[in-house]
Design a protein around this ligand. Structure first.
Ligand code: PBG
Length: 326
């Protein structure tokens, strides 16, 4: 008996496949994470992330121009300070590298793109943790919330339009919202890295920001074993007033992403992190994988699972490629 139901009909040619594709990526739904370092005279390559650099202010400006020209939706800034201390003072100093870079880039490009900032202490603390430490060495949740509140106001004052709360402290969205509103920054949006897992995939990022972390972040970032908890974290952030929720990393957590996308009434983003980038680049450099196909497939899969926007180090390249396809 010949089959009458033939799904292959819709796969028979490239135009047919293009017509029936369920998932399409638009450059505007890609956000470029960028590192801006203090005290550099030249951009400095990040060896574990081939093609990515720590930027100077000038090279960052050129990169943002490229991103805008390619149609990328926005940029997410990370600061790499020269000096670190226990409280991460550089994070709240208006002239600290992240706030200075934000002011510099928001002034120039704030009308053309969405300048966003990572809100976390890990780049600024000498111990490398995302919060301040209690006397016993544990990360002190509630003391950290006060630092985040000050950091949020400093970033909003510098011109950041979306604050990416990536520290995984309990109650951080509520505390930051309260601080922003009290300071007159009602229009500054909160992107909650809601379901952020303690992942080995952040390895290359630690080099990118000259991280000084000893140990791990397992008392605040989530256990990779937990799916239900990822949804719980997202629902809590929604209740606290998050404007956008995020799942991170992306590729290994597509189940969590799909759960959050099904439950959220605000946009859901995903972060294709440094290790996801490095694995593809390393395999491609060895000739073991078709780099361009894998990048496109990975982004398509993240969007298919439910992400409205993806943070990816390939944002410019991918946006240019998508533009050329049209
Ligand atoms: C915290 C932060 C991290 C990343 C984004 N924000 C590092 C961490 O939690 O250890 C990782 C991003 C990446 O790996 O690309 N400031």
């Amino acid at each position: 008996m010949a089959p009458t139901l033939r799904p292959r009909r819709l796969r028979q040619s490239a135009p047919m496949r293009r017509l029936v594709a369920e998932t399409r990526i638009h450059p505007a739904q890609l956000v470029l994470p960028m590192f801006v370092a203090e005290g550099l005279s030249e951009p400095r390559p990040i060896s574990s992330m081939p093609g990515q650099v720590q930027h100077t202010l000038d090279s960052a400006a050129r990169e943002v121009e490229r991103a805008i020209a390619a149609g990328v939706g926005g940029v997410m800034l990370f600061g790499v300070p020269e000096h670190k201390d226990a409280e991460g003072s550089g994070a709240t100093d208006p002239d600290g590298i992240l706030n200075a870079a934000t002011r510099f880039l928001a002034e120039r490009f704030g009308d053309a793109t969405v300048v966003q900032t990572d809100l976390c202490l890990d780049e600024f603390t000498d111990h490398g943790h995302c919060g301040v430490l209690a006397a016993d060495g544990a990360v002190d949740n509630d003391a950290t919330l006060e630092r985040y509140a000050d950091m949020a106001v400093a970033q909003a004052a510098a011109g950041s339009q979306i604050l990416g709360l990536s520290g995984m402290m309990d109650g951080q969205v509520e505390r930051v919202r309260e601080a922003l509103d009290a300071a007159g920054h009602q229009q500054t949006a909160i992107l909650a890295y809601s379901a952020k897992y303690a992942s080995a995939l952040y390895g290359p990022f630690r080099e990118a920001v000259d991280s000084s972390l000893q140990g791990d972040r397992k008392t605040y970032q989530q256990d990779p074993a937990n799916r239900r908890e990822g949804l719980r974290e997202a629902l809590l952030d929604l209740a606290e007033g998050a404007d956008i929720v995020m799942v991170k990393p992306a590729s290994l957590y597509l189940d969590v992403l799909a759960d959050v996308a099904a439950a959220s009434d605000v946009p859901v983003w995903a972060y294709q992190v440094s290790g996801e980038y490095a694995m593809v680049e390393a395999a491609a450099a060895n000739g073991w994988i078709d780099r361009d196909r894998l990048i496109a497939e990975s982004l398509t899969s993240i969007v298919r699972a439910g992400a409205d926007v993806v943070l990816t180090y390939w944002a410019i390249e991918q946006a240019e490629w998508l533009g050329a396809m049209r």
